[in-house]
Design a binder for this molecule. Structure first.
Ligand code: SF4
Length: 254
């Protein structure tokens, strides 16, 4: 997902309210997409890109969002003013990243946007099931990255224990009945037999109904050693297996 250049223009028209009016003002925001039809199924949405992520996935494309702070943050009061002007024009606000759930101010920002009448979407990798649980009252739709079976996460994220937390988040969302899309980005060296099919079968058995596979983009990703890596899997075989295992399945460009 791209952070569009039109965000600056969209926000430039908004009044600049004084900061410090509420807990949501502490939200660290690194980007904004003012209008998208693909980030919340069936709805016109804006996307707020939250700054900071605790993981370092080798294929990450949003490297500018990984540090906790950015030299050029977008203040939440500007987003609030933007939303006030878009009532009736936008249906939803999606929080993406980086990793939104690690910011304590996210809850207050979701609460504000919901009170303004917007549906709330979330893109998350699920690193904190505890924080995710506290967000459930606001969530209308979630896109959850499941990167690998739990024991293989470290080879993707670089962080021990990341897989257990992500899969706990999956179970939390499935149990809560939140509208959910699970996505997996495919490492180039993965094969259908060794890595991909066992993961897909495990997710289907867990009750995932909507599943998306995304081939990793290896240009300009965090691990420059991945650039130009040949792909070891066949998209045709993935499509056939996905159609058999999931009620809704898609292979999507990353
Ligand atoms: S791809 Fe990985 S490192 Fe990049 S934002 Fe998502 S969880 Fe964080």
């Amino acid at each position: 997902m791209a952070v569009t250049g039109s965000a600056t223009a969209a926000l430039a028209d908004e009044p600049c309210p004084r900061a410090g009016k509420g807990p949501a003002d502490a939200l660290r925001i690194g980007g904004l997409t003012p209008l998208t039809s693909i980030d919340y199924p069936g709805e016109l949405a804006a996307v707020v890109f939250c700054q900071g992520c605790p993981w370092r996935c080798r294929y990450c494309q949003n490297t500018h969002l990984l540090p906790v702070r950015t030299p050029d943050p977008i203040p939440w009061p500007r987003v609030r003013a933007f939303l006030a002007q878009r009532r009736g024009l936008l249906d939803a606000l999606v929080f993406s990243g980086g990793e939104p759930t690690l910011q304590p101010a996210l809850r207050a920002a979701m609460s504000e946007a919901a009170a303004m009448g917007f549906k709330i979407g979330l893109h998350t990798a699920g690193p904190s099931p505890q924080r995710l649980r506290r967000l459930l009252p606001w969530l209308g739709w979630v896109g959850l990255d499941i990167k690998a079976p739990p024991g293989d996460y470290r080879s993707v994220t670089g962080v021990p224990g990341s897989g257990e937390r992500a899969w706990e988040s999956l179970d939390l969302l499935l149990g809560a009945g939140v509208a959910l899309e699970v996505r997996t980005t495919l490492m180039p060296a993965w094969t259908l037999e060794a890595e991909i099919a066992p993961l897909m079968e495990r997710l289907a058995a867990r009750g995932v109904g909507r599943y998306v596979l995304q081939p990793a983009r290896t240009d300009a990703c965090l691990d420059t050693g991945l650039a130009g890596s040949p792909v070891a899997y066949s998209l045709g075989e993935l499509r056939a297996l996905g159609a058999r295992l999931f009620p809704a399945f898609e292979v999507r460009a990353a």
